[in-house]
Design a protein around this ligand. Structure first.
Ligand SMILES: [Zn+2]
Length: 142
């Protein structure tokens, strides 16, 4: 079991997620306000090119291209139906230690999955380059 570092549990709390939405482009007359985003489990993870990327802190699903009428809760559910944070019936503060550990274990699975998928993508890209190189050589272009 992973030790419970403060960083790894920080984003379970609404206030900490809300704080990440500084500079979020949707604040008024819309459904995807920072408050609704944070309530649905999202944290703001902008990049230089995309100021509106948000990621669920739990299932690590990243969504961008938000529209004012997007409901964060619904979007989250439709793109990541297996997110257990979304399925929580009580507030994080009301969970028992055992329930919390179970949840943290599930979160860990998402993290492992994501990093494996990133490794697989890197491996496949490296493989493609290598194959292209071999074909080039075989065709006598190099
Ligand atoms: Zn999620």
């Amino acid at each position: 079991m992973e030790p419970l570092h403060e960083e790894s549990i920080k984003m379970y709390f609404y206030e900490n997620r809300l704080k990440t939405f500084e500079g979020w482009p949707f604040v008024e007359d819309c459904l995807c306000t920072p408050e609704n985003m944070a309530k649905a489990g999202f944290i703001h993870t902008p990049s230089d090119n995309s100021p509106d990327i948000a990621m669920c802190f739990f299932c690590l699903k990243e969504l961008e291209g938000w529209e004012p009428e997007d409901d964060p809760q619904k979007e989250h559910k439709s793109h990541s139906s297996s997110c257990q944070f979304l399925a929580l019936k009580k507030k994080v503060e009301e969970l028992t230690v055992e329930e919390f550990y179970k949840l943290q274990k599930e979160k860990h699975k998402f993290e492992i999955n994501k990093s494996c998928n990133e490794d697989i993508t890197k491996f496949e890209e490296a493989g493609k380059l290598r194959r292209a190189g071999i074909i080039k050589t075989a065709m006598g272009e190099e």
